[in-house]
Design a protein around this ligand. Sequence first.
Ligand SMILES: *[C@@H]1O[C@H](CO)[C@@H](O)[C@H](O)[C@H]1NC(C)=O
Ligand SMILES: *[C@@H]1O[C@H](CO)[C@@H](O)[C@H](O)[C@H]1NC(C)=O
Ligand SMILES: *[C@@H]1O[C@H](CO)[C@@H](O)[C@H](O)[C@H]1NC(C)=O
Ligand SMILES: *[C@@H]1O[C@H](CO)[C@@H](O)[C@H](O)[C@H]1NC(C)=O
Ligand SMILES: *[C@@H]1O[C@H](CO)[C@@H](O)[C@H](O)[C@H]1NC(C)=O
Length: 248
Amino acid sequence: MLVTVTLLLCVLGGQALDLLKASSGVPPPVPRVHCWCSSFPNVTLCSWPEPSHCPPTHYVATYSERHGQPITEKCLIIPPSHNSSSPTSSSSSSSSSSSSSSQQWHCQLPNLKLLTDYIINITAVHSGGSSSYLSSFMLEDIVKPDPPVDVQVSSQNTRSLQVQWSPPPTWTNLHIFPLKYQIMYQWKNRGIASSVNLGPFESTQVELKGLSPGREYLFQVCAKELLDLGKCSNWSSSVNITLPRTKP
Ligand SMILES: *[C@@H]1O[C@H](CO)[C@@H](O)[C@H](O)[C@H]1NC(C)=O
Ligand SMILES: *[C@@H]1O[C@H](CO)[C@@H](O)[C@H](O)[C@H]1NC(C)=O
Ligand SMILES: *[C@@H]1O[C@H](CO)[C@@H](O)[C@H](O)[C@H]1NC(C)=O
Ligand SMILES: *[C@@H]1O[C@H](CO)[C@@H](O)[C@H](O)[C@H]1NC(C)=O
Ligand SMILES: *[C@@H]1O[C@H](CO)[C@@H](O)[C@H](O)[C@H]1NC(C)=O
């Protein structure tokens, strides 16, 4: 019952909400945390969405080695930037729970050791109580670069084209930890969508042949650590090209 009341109150908003929630003693929801290493080995972040329509919540984020000395370190918290154009506070309910990046909390874990189990504890605290997210990870398993940038596609003739891109600029140790790349391209033929995955490639450009004249293709690229640590990045935003029907 309390949960229903809380949800209702969360939607109503305002100050009465704080008082009521505090007296009802309903703790905040457990934060939905996601952690990844965007530049191996020294840039690791966790993020979680700001819960919509709830009383002011703050977070305590700590981490420690699972098997080491019981020393907890602070994860450096970066609150969501509220400078975006979307008016979050004025619109009362509906779709604003879809977590845009401006409503994400982040925290940074500096100087993690290699091949070490860590436990992270992200605790949401507000007047009604607190709830902790606990998880363990090893740096090597959570590697996920940012997507490649500057994807460019140019047609060479009616059947072939060249795709090129640049590594994610946030991956700062490229010479020590090189990346490899995968390409996905998609097209439609009489309404039926098809796609092809290619790679991995260690270079940042590829020539593709045997394509169909006059067809529109959509290209995306992802980046992965060369020795297969972790996952491929998100796909880059798509770039489309229509091959010429006849020789230029
Ligand atoms: C990570 O290492 C690279 C190169 O060693 C350095 O340029 C960068 O500033 C470091 N980043 C952080 C957050 O320490
Ligand atoms: C909002 O913040 C982001 C990064 O925090 C920044 O890139 C952007 O320019 C800011 N926008 C405005 C309108 O200040
Ligand atoms: C997680 O952190 C909170 C806040 O610091 C603390 O109260 C709680 O005991 C911690 N949980 C564990 C399992 O360490
Ligand atoms: C990757 O995509 C997911 C889902 O679209 C999104 O939530 C996340 O912020 C993206 N990560 C990066 C690093 O762009
Ligand atoms: C491809 O690009 C053109 C022009 O930029 C755009 O009008 C079209 O909607 C795009 N096609 C797809 C499938 O995104």
